[in-house]
Design a protein around this ligand. Structure first.
Ligand code: SF4
Length: 358
């Protein structure tokens, strides 16, 4: 217990919120706190900040967000990745606006019912907005606790999660839950860093087991390694009299609800144009009218948590409109491309081709 008290007291004594001022710190507005927490779930603070400000400005209240068109929200989210967050954000805002009379839930359990809010996010919102005694437990907290207490139970096992969560709850100062949670998160983000932890200046160093036993490099322990799947996308950029074809990704897969050029996915990027045309006929029932193949682009790559997407873009000038196109394909003016939200790999291609496509 002495060890626990040392941790709690020194962590709180170290914490000065003004050292790392951010617009969602020290506020009580649950809507704004929730927005910031969803944005920061898989995004660094430096990148998330601009998005947070944009969302708060565009949708000052949860009712404003609930009333926004889906495509507009996806466009505002563009570039942040993990788009299920944006879809859940909208679903939760509409749930609060329509089912809860526009009042943000005030209990941990109520917050947990919002789509996209897991135990960590619920604890963060409940403690920051209402000072409710729920400890945050995320990657930062796993790392800090594993090192300071010298715990080698893998954090991604049921046993590990239980052990770390129980310890985190014991360490929480229930009288100032919000401040304590913010302190441990800031500590993990600025002192006990994944690589190069600042042990020399660390306020907890005299009690740190990993430092004493020289085990910093091996803690925290993870049991599983992420295996990445490689995918190969051929995007077909059809041009006809200043218009291009796009489609919405509707299937349950990465990038759901984002737009893209018509896509053929197969086993490699080394495919001839003849084979791709045969695939277009087989998959989409589409026979191309007279056309000129302008070029096949260089390979663009996007790394996701579990996948690597390799993409090649084929630019095709059509001399006529195809007899019919699949129902979810859409002709738009090239100049309107910037109105739609695309995955990053397509944005990068468009950035490269800006002069040619506009
Ligand atoms: S001494 Fe180093 S490893 Fe231990 S808590 Fe501090 S920063 Fe982390």
């Amino acid at each position: 217990m002495k060890h626990h008290r040392f941790f709690q007291e020194n962590l709180l004594a170290w914490y000065h919120p003004e050292d790392r001022p951010l617009p969602w710190k020290g506020i009580q507005n649950p809507y704004h706190i929730w927005l910031s927490e969803i944005i920061l779930q898989q995004t660094r603070v430096e990148q998330g900040l601009a998005y947070y400000l944009r969302f708060v400005e565009t949708y000052p209240s949860i009712q404003d967000l609930a009333a926004a068109p889906d495509d507009e929200v996806m466009k505002l989210w563009e570039g942040l990745g993990y788009y299920s967050r944006a879809r859940n954000l909208l679903a939760a805002a509409r749930y609060v606006a329509h089912e809860l009379g526009g009042v943000f839930p005030t209990s941990y359990e109520g917050i947990r019912l919002l789509k996209g809010v897991g135990p960590y996010t619920a604890a963060a919102i409940a403690s920051f907005a209402y000072n409710l005694p729920h400890a945050v437990v995320d990657g930062n907290v796993f790392r800090v606790l594993a090192r300071f207490f010298g715990i080698s139970t893998p954090q991604d096992t049921t046993e590990g999660k239980k052990q770390f969560t129980e310890l985190a709850e014991t360490l929480l100062d229930a009288t100032q839950a919000g401040r304590y949670n913010q302190a441990i998160m800031d500590f993990g983000a600025t002192v006990c860093l994944p690589r190069n932890p600042q042990c020399k200046t660390c306020p907890l160093q005299s009690g740190c087991v990993a430092l004493k036993e020289q085990r910093i490099g091996e803690l925290p322990v993870k049991s599983k390694k992420i295996v990445k799947t490689e995918r190969f996308f051929h995007y077909l950029v059809f041009n006809f009299e200043g218009q291009v074809l796009i489609q919405k990704r509707e299937e349950k897969d990465i990038w759901q609800e984002l737009y893209q050029f018509p896509l053929l996915e197969n086993e490699s990027l080394e495919q001839s144009w003849e084979l791709l045309q045969a695939a277009l006929l087989e998959n989409n029932g589409l026979t191309l009218p007279s056309h000129t193949l302008r070029s096949g682009s260089k390979v663009f790559q996007q790394l996701l948590t579990h996948q690597v997407v390799n993409a090649r873009f084929w630019e095709i000038d059509l001399e006529d409109l195809p007899a019919s196109i699949p129902a979810n394909w859409l002709w738009i003016k090239r100049g309107a491309l910037n109105k739609y939200a695309f995955p990053k790999v397509i944005d990068r291609y468009l950035g490269d081709r800006a002069l040619l496509l506009l």
